[in-house]
Design a protein around this ligand. Structure first.
Ligand code: CA
Length: 193
């Protein structure tokens, strides 16, 4: 695959689930994403996609709309019943009605086949920026502490006394807050911070 540049590199540990029934396209996307630093799992149909999404908890899903067992829209609706994972739809359909339907069902982005690799990577980056932890969770109370991720300020809930965190502690807090309910290993945290 051509078209990769250093600017396309992503931190290791970002997990993508690629749902695509055409083996050549699936393989090409997988090779490219792995070369860029993503961790990739794959599914060739809707049923497998839903099982793997629950098991692997991907950070982003690339989803072909035309799948052999169910429509990709079914996958979007099922995922949205329990997950807010960013979903980028891949589709050969060119009618804008399909795009609107996919976005209404809960997709976050859309790439129309045939697409270029830089276009796909840019769409992935843009979707992750828009839906990343800092955007999903802006303010939260943890115990007696109020956390504002936008201004990176920490205050006591009771009297507003400011508290201090180091930069690394903030990064750690944002990462954990952006992955509720997910077990994160020391290795994974060390990689991503
Ligand atoms: Ca297909």
């Amino acid at each position: 695959m051509s078209g990769l540049s250093p600017a396309d590199a992503v931190p290791s540990g970002v997990r993508v689930l690629v749902v695509e029934d055409e083996p050549q396209i699936r393989t090409a996307i997988t090779i490219t994403l792995r070369a860029t630093g993503y961790e990739v799992s794959t599914a060739a149909n809707a049923a497998d996609a839903l099982v793997i999404a629950r098991r692997h908890r991907p950070d982003v899903v690339l989803l072909d709309l035309g799948l052999p067992d169910h429509d990709g829209l079914h996958v979007i609706r099922q995922l949205r019943s329990w997950s807010d994972v960013p979903i980028v739809v891949l589709s050969g359909r060119t009618g804008c009605g399909d795009q609107v339907t996919a976005l209404d069902a809960g997709a976050d982005g859309y790439v129309t086949k045939p697409f270029s690799i830089p276009e796909l990577l840019a769409r992935l980056r843009a979707t992750r920026r828009r839906t990343g932890p800092a955007h999903r969770t802006t303010e939260v109370d943890i115990g007696r502490t109020h956390v504002d991720f936008t201004t990176r300020s920490l205050t006591a809930v009771t009297d507003g006394t400011p508290q201090q965190l180091t930069r690394t502690e903030w990064d750690l807090l944002e990462l954990l807050a952006g992955n509720p309910g997910r077990l994160m290993t020391y290795t994974e945290l060390a990689h991503r911070i």
